[in-house]
Design a protein around this ligand. Structure first.
Ligand code: CU
Length: 480
């Protein structure tokens, strides 16, 4: 693609995004399915569905005809039964992203396949000591993940627990923001990405928040607003800022931090979640959350890999389809609520013991001799019959994720959350549980993983889902 074509495309895309902001809100808020008396038992069907998305009739893929899918809420100790029907024309399945569950059988089994037309039962118990947090569900059938998630298949799965019982947090207003992007033509149909965009990881020309245009959220004056964010986009990295107003990070992917951390930007790679508290302590008015341009390294790919060298710097440095800040939500002060201070302490994040084993995982681009796939971990593309690492049940391991490529690769591990220890050998400033860490182009990230329970085979992969589908995934087998 030459420069002029890229410019034309990015201008068109930005235009479409701006347009979608002033269009009418559409879908009603999506349905909440909460466990009752310790049980959540639901039917969930994935199907092609026409929905109103950011004011436009759009032909997407939906769970129970909603984009995003219904919000599930459970508590530690609950049993969950989901009768999942695949009404798509491609194989699918369910992954319970971030939950600590067995990776086998009818639980969080990423190697299971649900054929078109089939119904499968998913059945598991949320461990009694499960951390509270913002988790989610989405399809995970290798080869179809990017297209199915890009079609809209994603939903929140919230575990309520100790974090929710902290009095200040209990008193806070709560808002969930599911960030998705869709590549739609003027008829509202999903577009197949060009081969180059499949390589970079597809990004859409419409951003939606909970399937709608940017919402306006009430911020209680002198009180607290708790924002719970999920990046359910297949490739886009969101770089969020609350303009002219403080906000405090209180939770990452795997649950609460030890204490609130005041922050400026919140960078959310695909699959990542964050929770923030906004204290209503400023001049009453309306404040804006914007998404700033973010360069995943696609520009470097364009100039370097293609050898033109004409886009190395200057205005085009941000490579995603987005060139300007885009509004994601507005917060409007609302008087009348009781004053609530920021909580001083949250939930203790344990310090993990020194690792018994250290391993390296090199992320790179190339061609795997066996599969021909271009996204590799330790020189190999995904093979469902190969075990790439053997972890001992009850042990703690350090994984060094070495990105030798010029693109960001958000690294995701199933089953067990981890803590980031260092990035480019600089220690992480605070302890946090995560299941996705964005490993930036040429960066080295050290994570520490406890394998305490749940034997079996599970996967780790890049959460740019086009990369996962094209090989950037491996299997770790956990055994006694
Ligand atoms: Cu990747």
């Amino acid at each position: 693609m030459d420069r002029r074509r890229f410019l034309t495309l990015s201008t068109a895309v930005t235009g479409a995004m701006l347009l979608s902001q002033c269009s009418i809100p559409s879908q009603r808020p999506n349905r909440l399915l909460k466990s009752q008396s310790g049980q959540l038992s639901i039917d969930l069907a994935a199907s092609p569905t026409a929905v109103n998305l950011v004011g436009m009739r759009s032909h997407l893929l939906a769970y129970n005809q909603q984009v995003p899918g219904p919000q599930l809420e459970v508590r530690p100790g609950d049993t969950v039964e989901i009768r999942f029907t695949n009404q798509l024309d491609t194989p699918s399945n369910l992954h319970f992203h971030g939950l600590h569950l067995p990776p086998t059988g009818e639980a969080d089994n990423p190697l299971r396949m649900v054929a078109p037309g089939e119904t499968a039962l998913y059945r598991f118990t949320i461990p009694a000591d499960h951390r509270a947090g913002t988790f989610w569900y989405h399809p995970h059938h290798h080869g179809n993940v990017a297209s199915q998630v890009a079609g809209g298949l994603a939903g929140l799965l919230v575990v309520r627990g100790d974090l929710d019982e902290i009095p200040e947090i209990q008193a806070a207003q709560e808002a969930f923001l599911v960030l998705q992007d869709f590549d739609l033509n003027w008829r509202g149909q999903l577009q197949e990405p060009m081969p180059m965009f499949r390589m970079w990881g597809r990004e859409g020309n419409h951003i939606s928040i909970n399937g709608q245009a940017p919402p306006t959220l009430p911020l209680p004056q002198s009180g607290l607003l708790r924002l719970r964010l999920l990046n359910a986009s297949p490739s886009r990295v969101y770089r969020l800022q609350l303009k002219k107003h403080p906000w405090h990070l209180i939770a990452t992917d795997g649950g609460a931090l030890g204490e609130p951390v005041e922050t400026d930007e919140v960078v959310l790679a695909p699959g990542e979640r964050a929770e923030l508290l906004v204290p209503g302590t400023r001049e009453p008015g309306t404040y804006e959350i914007v998404n700033l341009p973010y360069d995943r390294g696609t520009m470097d790919m364009m100039s370097g890999r293609m050898g033109h060298g004409m886009m190395g710097s200057g205005r085009m440095a941000h490579s995603s389809a987005q060139a300007e800040p885009i509004q994601v939500a507005r917060l409007t002060y609302q008087a009348g609520a009781a004053a609530v201070p920021l909580p001083k302490a949250l939930i203790l994040v344990e310090s993990l013991p020194e690792p018994e084993i250290s391993r390296e995982f090199v992320l790179d681009h190339g061609i795997d001799a066996q599969t021909g796939q271009p996204f590799l971990i330790n020189g190999q593309a995904f093979d469902h019959s190969r075990v790439d690492a053997q972890a001992k049940l009850g042990s703690v391991e350090d994984w060094w994720i070495i990105n030798k490529a010029g693109l960001d690769h958000p690294f995701h591990l199933h089953t067990n959350s981890f803590q980031v220890i260092s990035r480019d050998r600089k220690p992480e400033p605070y302890r946090a549980w995560r299941d996705v860490v964005n490993v930036r182009a040429y960066e080295v990230v050290q994570i520490r993983v406890p394998f305490r329970d749940f034997a079996g085979k599970t996967v780790f992969h890049c959460h740019v889902l086009d990369h996962e589908d094209q090989g950037m995934m491996g299997i770790v087998e956990i055994a006694a």
